[in-house]
Design a protein around this ligand. Sequence first.
Ligand code: KG4
Ligand code: ZN
Length: 340
Amino acid sequence: MTLGIESSCDETSAAVIEDGRNVLSNVISTQIPIHQKFGGVVPEIASRKHVVNILPVIDQAIRDAKIELENLNQIAVANGPGLVGALLVGVSAAKSLAFALNIPLIGVNHLEGHIFANFLSHQNLEPPFLSLVVSGGHTALIHVKNYNDFELLGQTRDDAAGEAFDKIARVMNLPYPGGPEIDRLAREGNEFAIDFPHALESEGNFEFSFSGLKSAVINYLHNAEQKEIELNRADVAASFQRAVVEVLIEKSIDAAQKLNLDKIVLAGGVAANSSLESKLRNACESREIQFFYPSKILCTDNAAMIACRGFYKSRAGEFSTLDLDAEPAMQFKFHTRRSD
Ligand code: KG4
Ligand code: ZN
């Protein structure tokens, strides 16, 4: 029985999983309505809300799983990357509980957690595979060789995919978080109405850049405003989304083919994007690559994915000590690709 704890951003979450892949409970208390009026996450408010929520959320997760605290064998907690004050709440709770119950503690990289959400949604999924991690803070292509060996193929040089969605939504006066709003609006628009730029398109380049695209869309919007041209907002949303999605898909397919991998696994909050999911699925099907992505609730931040990652770390004997700290700028603990 692994208890997972997640508090890296604006969700306080606790989950109990059994034998690594069986979710007994996954309680998620979201702060989105609180941060919405500020147009983004306010770190100090997030930390304070985590303090209020953490114990009731853990308590609920234990009750939903129909177990007692004493039945827990280990505790996994996301200790980075994320907001330092927010992370500290989960880390402190996890350390206290592990000490009180005298059970092992496992610090987990939040992004590795996102990848492992797929093991919960797909019981038969096993490495090796290519993973595209797209969240509010990261965009990366990772070769998952086995449960504890990952190679970073490339990541974003500037904005993350989710960040680009959130920033464009903000300029368009859509509420936070912008990803789901753009996704919804884009369904009513023509994605070929505007040709926004695609960055770093050359084959074999697994890095991303979304800042040029972001500027192009903002310029387009400002230009229309200045000239008092009536815009079709749905067309702008759909065309922007197409530019992001096409780059993500091209690079994922290219990487899978170069590395001879027959599975692509999508992970992170942006995996909830309906266009990315359906287009990547089609691109994989036509190339006989198997496609996996987590159920919607496991795409965005949750503690079940942290517990799952923790379970596999524990199987490899990777435990933490009680001096585990929050690491807001934690890097991928991946090998960087040799330049061959
Ligand atoms: O993984 P996540 O929950 O938190 C981080 O670890 O960052 O990802 C949140 C991000 C936000 O930027 C949000 O706008 C984006 O995921 N997102 C979406 C969709 N749902 C969430 N982006 C595009 N389309 C969606 N449907
Ligand atoms: Zn996340």
